[in-house]
Write a protein that binds this ligand. Structure first.
Ligand code: HEC
Ligand code: HEC
Length: 158
């Protein structure tokens, strides 16, 4: 699937981001399989991130976590939705750091202008909404052309 390949590339700009969890002094990690959230995430922090996921996407825990005989296995990565959520965490963090760091913060990982709910609005499939149908997007701008001196001018300067 599209997201699977990107996950490895999505990289290191890690990023939480959504709640501004600070990477502070290392404590004994409580959770076994955190790859995006800081290893020292507390119970309270994890709980609020997970409930934010539920409400932003309009889903329950089992949308991303596998359940066997009614019992949850939260560290398991068996469900692809969980890895997509990791990819989305990285993506959201990068959007904030790249496009919303107007004050040149030294901690762009704590910026959370764009959140899961910004796109999802309680829907796990925002691409299904009418506004996201192909054809409703303006075409991308043409690539910048070198001037006579062979230099590429920034496009947003008049
Ligand atoms: C949209 C997907 C999604 C939903 C919904 C979701 N989770 Fe998660 N959960 C994740 C991801 C992704 C991670 C791993 C984060 C990472 O790698 O840093 C995770 C990690 C966890 C962990 C840590 C497991 C470990 O030891 O590594 C627990 C516990 C957990 N979730 C509980 C819950 C509960 C309880 C709910 C419902 C209230 C829930 N989650 C809803 C995506 C989700
Ligand atoms: C910039 C917009 C945007 C943001 C921000 C965003 N998403 Fe998404 N997300 C999408 C789009 C678009 C899809 C593809 C939906 C589809 O295929 O129908 C998607 C798909 C997903 C899926 C897969 C759903 C499925 O069933 O295939 C998960 C899980 C998900 N997002 C979780 C999250 C989480 C968690 C966050 C916040 C950390 C987040 N997203 C932030 C736009 C966004």
């Amino acid at each position: 699937m599209f997201f699977k390949k990107k996950i490895t590339v999505a990289g290191t700009l890690v990023a939480l981001v959504v709640l501004g969890i600070a990477a502070s002094a290392p404590a004994d990690p409580i959770f076994k399989n955190l790859k995006v959230l800081p290893k020292n995430t507390t119970h309270e922090q994890l709980d609020s991130v997970m409930h934010m996921f539920n409400s932003s996407l309009g889903v329950k825990c089992g949308f991303c976590h596998s359940f066997e005989n009614g019992k949850p296995n939260f560290p398991s990565d068996a469900k692809p939705e969980k890895d997509i959520a990791r990819y989305m965490l990285n993506m959201t963090g990068e959007i904030n750091a790249k496009y919303f760091n107007s004050e040149n913060s030294t901690r762009p990982d704590t910026i959370s202008v764009v959140k899961c709910v910004t796109c999802h609005h309680g829907n796990p499939h925002p691409a299904d909404s009418v506004a996201a149908k192909p054809g409703n997007m303006p075409p991308p701008p043409p690539p910048p052309m070198p001037d006579s001196a062979g230099k590429v001018q920034p496009q947003n300067k008049k």
